[in-house]
Design a protein around this ligand. Structure first.
Ligand code: ARG
Length: 574
């Protein structure tokens, strides 16, 4: 085991068991970063009361029983200051260097993780909110797969419902070819608005649209053909966005609302028969316990409207049943806007009530915070026009090219590819580096900066390491080492490297890619300090040169692997 915090936790727990009895072996040792040592353990303070002893006394006893590849010191009211031996750090870094997986443990036993993400609505332009659920969701699936879990992607497209009546009629009005061209080009919003305007003002169109909803629901073949035409063109546009972003979603992952069409009546019947749902004001509702509205009356989770129509809640009940019963999920991740938190909570509670969400399956709403414009409002429009995602991504690349304009020695094709990687890296990293549930302001200048916690900074950090290898005509994939610690900056870098597996595991457990971003940023900073203090190619001995090349190589591999888990590629030069 390489992860320093886990090593310490285990050793302190062993000491607790030896000193106070086996029942203390599972106690959280409260390992924290420390100013005075590598880490500190705070467990003595929390145990003192229970043991009816002074915290310092407890700390002394833990220390006396602690078997550590390093030193321990009791300080203050009962902190245990823990410091690893240099030799241990060097040896563990060597283990990591020799390991293809960079000491990232596999999750055992492997789980089936179903991840619902992206999920744009076909009747509208895909907007930056969907960009963020796409980018965060894609990072989470990459991490889960890397941990060895079986991942099932579910792109729950908004591809069904009453608006499709007017969308199909509008398609007939403007002609199939023109409609397809418009949708493929990403003008879904204009299309929707034109249909909507006619629906509101043109009585004849309105009548046709309503009639079309009926034939659509009856799955009349010609209507289905037109609907599919509409959907295929729309999905071709979504795919352009996915391709440009380098997102792993494919057509096989589409599991839109329409997929559950046939299940909805049955979902409602079953829940009504079993008394889980009841009629209230003509609508069929579940009243999950613990949800109340004003004057504490129970809040309904409405699965069938009084007009007999089904809605978002009905479909989502069907998603849970399908994912648990058919896909055999152990974990369900719903990577969806934070604004839908109440819907998700009521959904999970209703599904529990129905017995569709057994205790061994965890359902998790990964809340995605809104992306704001510089005016602090939802970033949906610019100069009154809705922002087209593909244009936004193009702009990111153009701006990245401008940032790189003064870099020498890059030919034109390389420039184009680099600008693409840097532009996409910048946009994705901005979505990932703040905690997923907080809002942030979309700002090209900030996300493209070559300094600070940005995608381009980390990409640049990898190219700097590559250039060290180029400078010495060394192969960055060659074999170097052994690693020895001769300077505090080497020690700090190696210790930081050892934390990689723990961070990746934690991201998988908590669905928090920003932790990996923070880790990689700290790693790049530790490398900078190392490089400023410890000459690599001009090291004073061959032993040190080998060790420093090995540390550089390990840093490069961890940065590249970490970025890859975030869905970001790094150019060889920039
Ligand atoms: N289409 C929805 C939206 O744009 C997101 C759907 C998320 N998935 C789900 N199972 N509810 O807000």
């Amino acid at each position: 085991m390489t992860d320093p915090q886990l090593v310490l936790a285990e050793r302190v727990q062993q000491a607790l068991a030896t000193a106070f009895g086996a029942e203390y072996a599972a106690e959280d040792p409260l390992i924290r970063p420390s100013q005075f040592a590598d880490y500190q353990a705070n467990v003595a303070m929390s145990l003192a009361k229970r043991l009816r002893r002074g915290p310092r006394d407890v700390a002394q006893e833990i220390a006396a029983n602690l078997d550590l590849p390093g030193t321990v010191e009791v300080s203050g009211p009962g902190f245990l200051n823990l410091r690893f031996d240099d030799a241990w750090i060097a040896a563990e870094a060597g283990v990591m260097l020799a390991d293809e997986r960079l000491a990232v443990p596999r999750e055992l036993p492997a789980k089936t993780v179903v991840v619902d993400y992206s999920a744009p609505n076909a009747a509208k332009e895909m907007h930056v909110g969907h960009l963020r659920t796409t980018v965060v969701g894609d990072a989470l699936v990459r991490v889960q797969e890397h941990l060895g879990n079986r991942v099932v992607r579910q792109n729950h497209l908004g591809d069904w419902g009453t608006p499709f009546g007017m969308l199909v009629e509008h398609l007939l009005d403007i002609g199939e070819e023109a409609a397809v061209a418009q949708l493929e080009a990403g003008n879904g919003n204009d299309y929707y608005q034109a249909a909507r305007a006619k629906f509101d003002t043109d009585a004849e169109f309105n009548r046709r649209a309503r009639a079309r909803v009926v034939t659509l629901q009856a799955e009349d073949p010609e209507t289905m053909r037109l609907w599919r035409l509409f959907m295929d063109a729309t999905v071709r546009y979504f795919n352009k966005v996915y391709t440009q972003l380098g997102v792993t979603l494919t057509d096989d992952d589409i599991a839109g609302e329409s997929m559950y069409n046939h299940a909805l009546a049955q979902v409602c019947d079953e829940l009504q028969e079993r008394g889980i749902a009841e009629i209230s004001d003509g609508a069929l509702c579940v009243f999950p316990p613990g949800f109340t509205g004003r004057e504490s009356q129970p809040l309904p989770f409405m699965i069938r409207k009084s007009d007999g129509g089904y809605g978002y809640a009905t479909t989502d009940m069907a998603t849970i049943r399908y994912r648990v019963q058919d896909l055999k999920a152990d974990r369900l991740l719903y990577v969806i806007g934070a604004t839908q938190a109440l819907h998700m909570q009521m959904l999970f509670a209703s599904a529990k009530l129905a017995g569709w969400l057994p205790d061994h399956v965890s359902a998790e709403h990964v809340q995605i915070g809104s992306v704001l414009g510089s005016d602090g409002k939802m970033f949906k429009t610019r100069a009154g026009k809705s922002i087209k995602l593909l244009e936004l991504l193009d702009e990111a690349e153009t701006r990245a090219a401008a940032v790189l304009a003064d870099r020498p020695n890059l030919d034109e094709t390389a420039r184009g590819e680099i600008a693409h990687m840097v532009g996409m890296g910048a946009v994705k990293y901005a979505d990932l580096s703040v905690s997923h549930d907080s809002e942030y302001v979309f700002d090209f200048d900030r996300m493209l900066a070559l300094t600070g916690n940005t995608g381009p900074y980390l990409q640049y950090a990898t190219t700097r390491i590559r250039s060290i290898f180029r400078g010495g005509a060394h192969d960055p994939a060659g074999s170097y080492g052994p690693i020895v610690i001769t300077h505090p900056a080497e020690r700090a870098l190696a210790l930081q490297l050892l934390g990689f597996g723990g961070v990746v595991t934690e991201v998988g457990e908590r669905n928090e890619p920003h932790r990996l971003c923070g880790y990689l940023f700290d790693l790049a900073s530790a490398f900078t300090t190392f490089y400023e203090n410890c000459p690599v190619l001009k090291a004073d001995s061959e032993e040190n040169r080998q060790s420093r090349l090995a540390l550089s190589q390990l840093t490069l591999r961890v940065l590249l692997q970490g970025l890859d888990l975030l869905g970001i590629t790094a150019p060889e030069r920039m």
